[in-house]
Ligand binder design. Structure first.
Ligand code: SF4
Length: 413
């Protein structure tokens, strides 16, 4: 197949900065965006069809260094069919949208689900790539040539904001159902975890460990998804990890995980704790949904998510902190994480868990209300509405009697 640009893994890791930006879809400036893969019956799919609903690249104003603009809503819907495919494969195929967009010369993809963000550069536009239909054709081509298990595919790209806004709640429900399913299983119930190295193009020493109690950093792959991916795409970036001997049940250290961490991190790290932010915390790539950060002034933890606008309680923005946390490093006291991790009983359990959280964005506190209520700290944790900086933090925590400040949280031994 002929395209205006070249395709291949060599283009992964290509970052598009403002100077080279032609246009972007999704991302923080855009309210409505999502990507979704759906398994359908073969008769529901018109094989290799690409449909665009809404204005195309050639009809949209590009980004202008003076005027700005150039950011547009988008939904990418990939429908697939195949005798050997099951529902578990959906999230894996969806995550490959990230990979295949990045395989496309001049295109860049970050994040996932309803946080996805794509950029196209000026060179690509100059080469004549001026239709999103071509991107859809590239997806159809790469999915079917790389994954024999996909027998039929059709891609729909929507840029009509009204239509995207209408479909987005259904997508959110699907993401939620996937996440809820994973809550039924604990790490001790299985012998196999999964690893993902898809983000090594950006973060060469990063490996996501995916366990029942640990959704991947990007929040897009849970243990069930990892299992499905390793089965349908054995040569792909997601693989099984025999978890091996449990070295430390509190910190979450496993012999098999350490071994894989060493092999896949270019021998940079040989230990990883799955349930702690200290000593050997999980590596952080760049796709994480949120950052858990240590606040030395109160010896507690805060969390800031990707959509949080402005400076958080420690006076830093998400993007500034992400710069220091990402790249595949283990950074003590800084943990890139998937948000669903907050529901896990093992969430930084060695460090005090949710009861050591002393600041949260309001949106996240509400979204995970149940988990914090179960731990009796929901009404003790301030948000940006009550506490704006570290100076205000300790007096507030003392006033409300936060259990960590009162010394009521015992660290497990
Ligand atoms: S964040 Fe982790 S799980 Fe998600 S795509 Fe990247 S490496 Fe894979």
């Amino acid at each position: 197949m002929e395209f205006h640009v070249d395709l291949g893994p060599q283009y992964e890791g290509e970052v598009i900065r403002k100077e080279d930006l032609y246009m972007e879809f999704g991302g923080p400036k855009v309210a409505h965006k999502f990507e979704l893969a759906t398994l359908k019956r073969p008769e529901e799919i018109e094989n290799e069809k690409v449909e665009l609903i809404g204005p195309d690249i050639s009809e949209l104003e590009p980004y202008d260094e003076v005027k700005g603009g150039g950011s547009y809503p988008i939904a990418v819907l990939v429908d697939i069919a195949g005798e050997e495919l099951d529902k578990d494969a959906e999230s894996i195929i969806e995550r490959k949208i990230h990979m295949y967009t990045n395989y496309t010369e001049g295109w860049y993809h970050m994040n996932q689900r309803d946080a996805m963000w794509m950029r196209v550069n000026k060179d690509c536009a100059k080469k004549g790539f001026n239709s999103l239909k071509e991107l859809g054709e590239i997806y159809n081509f790469l999915f079917t040539s790389e994954m024999a298990i996909i027998e039929k595919i059709q891609t729909t790209i929507i840029t009509d904001e009204e239509k995207i806004a209408k479909l987005l709640p259904q997508a959110l429900e699907i993401y939620k159902a996937r996440d809820n399913r994973a809550l039924t299983l604990r790490d001790e119930d299985v012998d196999t975890f999964y690893g993902c190295v898809l983000c090594q193009s950006f973060a060469p020493t990063h490996i996501s460990i995916i366990a029942p109690d640990r959704i991947a950093n990007c929040g897009a792959i849970n243990w069930f998804d990892g299992r499905a991916a390793a089965k349908i795409d054995p040569e792909g970036p997601i693989f099984a990890i025999p978890k091996g001997k449990l070295i430390d049940p509190i910190k979450g250290e496993y012999e098999g995980v350490n071994k894989v961490e060493y092999e896949k991190s270019l021998a940079t790290y040989d230990r990883v704790y799955l349930y702690s932010a200290f000593e050997h915390p999980h590596t952080s790539c760049g796709c994480f949904e949120a950052i858990v950060f240590y606040i030395p002034e109160v010896d507690g933890f805060g969390l800031v998510h990707r959509d949080y606008k402005g400076e958080c309680v420690i006076g830093e923005t998400f993007s500034h902190m992400a710069g220091e946390t990402s790249g595949g490093k283990q950074v003590e006291g800084r943990l890139g994480t998937g948000l669903e991790q907050l529901r896990s009983p093992k969430f930084i359990q060695a460090d005090g868990g949710r009861r050591r959280m002393v600041w949260l964005p309001k949106e996240i506190k509400e979204r995970y209300r149940e988990a914090f209520e179960a731990d009796g700290v929901y009404d003790k944790i301030p948000t940006e509405e009550e506490v704006k900086n570290v100076d205000e933090l300790l007096p507030y925590l003392e006033k409300v009697g936060h259990p960590w400040i009162k010394g009521e949280v015992e660290l497990p031994e």
